[in-house]
Design a protein around this ligand. Structure first.
Ligand SMILES: NC(=O)c1ccc[n+]([C@@H]2O[C@H](COP(=O)([O-])OP(=O)(O)OC[C@H]3O[C@@H](n4cnc5c(N)ncnc54)[C@H](O)[C@@H]3O)[C@@H](O)[C@H]2O)c1
Length: 271
């Protein structure tokens, strides 16, 4: 499979390394980053070097069958519809891009019309397979609790609007409790996990989210609690940061590799 990569940061670098070492069956033909230097650094990892694109248009006109988006919500919004319209599948990391229900509908319609697909890796969380199974019957409750050190939450619009400072916080504090839609508006940097859980389960209006600050926390912890006719689910992951970007969980980069591997695999494991 021929692929293009948009975004050569923490996740892009881990993915490119896996392709360069032939750990996944994918040929990288085009790389793009706003920082040309980063794109060139990744291209240099390969024996058969992928073209360093000068802009998104070059990625869209490349021979890639799949575009991996590992850049930003803005890049994903710019890329999704034209990529699908030009016959390419998309592997989407910046899931926050489809938080908006109207935009999500357009993405789905465009994908359907062009017989293309958008692949969304589990990212920094898990249990999405069980939520998807559970919602085939009655899924009554899904709650996500994300716990991070205060520094990782600093600057969130929700805190700024209320004049809340986390400076000098001594003990664990629940900062926010509301729907996934409200969480995304107030804590956009936390949007990816909340959106992925919402898409797998009950949607942004019916998924509850709690955001907790814990001074000194070394790991980003995500917990999912769900109930329904299947029974009950409790999932917890303690994420270590990715070696290149302390804001990104290493598991998110690994989940992108795993998704890429699944696309070409004869055996599909998990729902
Ligand atoms: N799904 C998940 O669970 C999950 C987890 C972590 C990160 N993410 C998301 O994945 C994306 C990449 O994460 P990362 O840690 O690799 O980020 P990063 O900041 O390390 O790297 C992003 C790279 O994309 C480039 N970039 C930004 N906007 C661009 C644009 N419009 N066009 C081209 N290049 C652009 C930047 O220059 C940078 O090199 C982010 O949007 C992040 O929020 C998702």
């Amino acid at each position: 499979m021929k692929v293009a990569l948009v975004g050569c940061g923490a996740i892009g670098a881990v993915l490119a390394q896996a392709m360069a070492e032939h750990r996944v069956e994918a040929e990288l033909v085009s790389v793009f980053d706003l920082s040309r230097e980063r794109a060139e650094r990744l291209s240099a990892l390969f024996e058969k070097k992928p073209e360093v694109a000068a802009g998104m248009e070059e990625v869209l006109s490349s021979e890639a069958e799949l575009v991996i988006e590992a850049a930003s919500v803005a890049a994903a919004r710019e890329l999704l519809l034209p990529a699908l319209s030009s016959g390419k599948d998309v592997l989407l990391l910046s899931v926050g891009a489809i938080a908006d229900v109207e935009f999500l509908k357009r993405v789905e319609e465009t994908a359907r019309r062009n017989r293309r697909q958008v692949h969304i890796p589990s990212g920094a969380v898990g249990a999405l397979d069980a939520l998807k199974s559970a919602r085939e019957a009655e899924l009554t409750e899904v709650k996500l609790v994300s716990t991070k050190r205060p520094e990782a939450l600093e600057g969130a619009p929700y805190l700024a609007e209320r004049g809340i400072s986390l400076h000098g916080l001594k003990e664990r504090k629940v900062l926010f409790s509301g729907t996934a839609r409200e969480a995304i508006a107030g804590f956009p940097a936390n949007a990816n996990v909340a959106i992925a859980v919402s898409l797998a389960g009950l949607g942004v209006e019916n998924t509850r989210v709690e955001i907790v600050a814990e001074p000194g926390a070394r790991r980003n912890v995500h917990e999912i609690l769900a109930r329904g006719s299947f029974g009950e689910l409790y999932f917890r992951v303690e994420n270590l940061p990715s070696p290149e970007n302390p804001r990104t969980s290493y598991l998110a980069a690994l989940s992108a590799i795993s998704t890429l591997r699944r696309l070409g695999a004869p055996l599909q494991v998990g729902t």
